[in-house]
Design a protein around this ligand. Structure first.
Ligand code: HEC
Length: 146
């Protein structure tokens, strides 16, 4: 009887810790993604000419993208498909290589852009090439907003 109780407790413990880990990584990847979202806000306004162009802000945003997007390929383990209000589509886990290479491509585009945003004209041409990667992946792998 006592042994059964211990086994039961162990099972319950294993279950809760697995669930906790899963929610933790979902939260962590959402944080990385929303950091990138926040970073793109000011340059997005610059593109629309709502605020004046500022090269330093753009470069800082590119650094955030490079940093976060480098970490993101590891943020989709098998136990993070559901829960935590994730908008990640299951297609991600069927196309892991494609997802990883899209993040790599985003990093490469952001790195290349850093040398090409010194003036507003270069920025206007370069910025859309960076953020085009965001929308393209969302279309394929992120649930539509309802
Ligand atoms: C390779 C695919 C991919 C790329 C590239 C990508 N995203 Fe996402 N993004 C996702 C997925 C998948 C989710 C949903 C994650 C979840 O809910 O678990 C997401 C969610 C988000 C969210 C919502 C985060 C939250 O708090 O729920 C923001 C904001 C975001 N992305 C911004 C960006 C920006 C900005 C870029 C480009 C600089 C970008 N993403 C590039 C796949 C991508």
């Amino acid at each position: 009887m006592r042994r059964l109780l211990v086994v039961g407790m162990l099972a319950a413990f294993t279950f809760t810790s697995a669930a906790a880990q899963n929610l933790e990584i979902i939260k962590a990847r959402k944080d990385l993604l929303s950091n990138m979202g926040d970073a793109t806000k000011e340059p997005g306004k610059m593109i629309k000419q709502e605020v004046p162009f500022d090269a330093a802000t753009v470069k800082a945003a590119l650094d955030v993208i490079i940093d976060k997007a480098s970490k993101l390929p590891d943020m989709f383990p098998e136990d993070s498909k559901t829960g935590g209000k994730t908008e990640a589509l299951t297609a991600i886990w069927q196309n892991k290589d494609d997802v990883a290479s899209r993040f790599k491509k985003l990093v490469a585009a952001a790195k290349a852009a850093k040398d090409n945003v010194a003036d507003e004209f270069d920025f206007m041409e370069t910025w859309p090439k960076v953020v085009g990667n965001c929308g393209a992946c969302h279309k394929k792998y992120r649930a539509e907003k309802k």
